[in-house]
Design a protein around this ligand. Structure first.
Ligand code: SAH
Length: 200
């Protein structure tokens, strides 16, 4: 998977490659899909959600340019696969999932891998960890139509936020960089993520 889907498509950061080597994706996919754990595709989770394609996980991670000392906010824990990759690369991960049923299995998977620097939360990831802001990086695995108000306020100076924006048919990955009070947007690849839902 690493050679054929990640390194060959231009992911070059050795720390990202090493993180992928140390996190077995099969631990994170449902038992019925274990034989496909290393395929080049997203896979279904419970409750109509998906575990992202390995390349997309690698790409979003590399775009954040993580160096090791960051505190990162992740929106949409899902299976916890992306969470585990981030945890290998930074000081602390705050990961939020709206669906309590999905979040339930994640801590045990992280424990099995000896990962201890993740704080899991249940609720709307755009707000639930606000008291722990600012974050050096923010990664969303669910797509709102437009940037949720208040999310980029939680991004530290010099930090990067990677997030898919748009509806199911016209969605792009974006990277927003904070430079002081300015936000610099960069449009990246066309993608297809599940919608970000908000709770009222
Ligand atoms: N990175 C995950 C992908 C999960 S799919 C993985 O690799 O397994 C995106 C997840 O975002 C879904 O589990 C969905 O329930 C969750 N989600 C949607 N809206 C959310 C919100 N507002 N806050 C937190 N999680 C949300």
């Amino acid at each position: 998977m690493i050679r054929a889907q990640i390194a060959s498509r231009g992911i070059a950061d050795p720390r990202v490659i090493e993180a992928f080597r140390s996190v077995p994706r099969e631990l994170f996919v449902p038992p019925s899909h274990r034989l496909s754990a290393y395929d080049d595709t997203p896979l279904p989770l419970d409750r109509g959600q998906t575990i992202s394609q390995p390349f997309i996980v690698a790409y979003m991670t590399e775009v954040l340019q993580l160096r090791g000392n960051e505190r990162v906010l992740e929106i949409g824990t899902g299976s916890g696969y992306q969470t585990a990759i981030l945890a290998k690369l930074v000081r602390e991960v705050f990961s939020a999932e709206l669906e309590a049923d999905l979040a339930r299995g994640v801590q045990a998977r992280l424990d099995r891998l000896g990962i201890t620097n993740v704080h899991l939360g249940i609720g709307d990831g755009t707000t639930v960890f606000r008291e722990f802001a600012p974050f050096h990086a923010i990664l969303s695995a669910a797509a709102p139509l437009t940037m949720p108000p208040g999310l980029l306020d939680q991004l530290a100076d010099g930090g990067r936020c990677v997030i898919p924006l748009g509806g199911i048919d016209a969605q792009y990955l974006w990277m927003f960089e904070r430079r002081g009070s300015a936000i610099v947007p960069h449009q990246l690849e066309a993608v297809r993520f599940v919608p970000l839902r908000s709770v009222q």
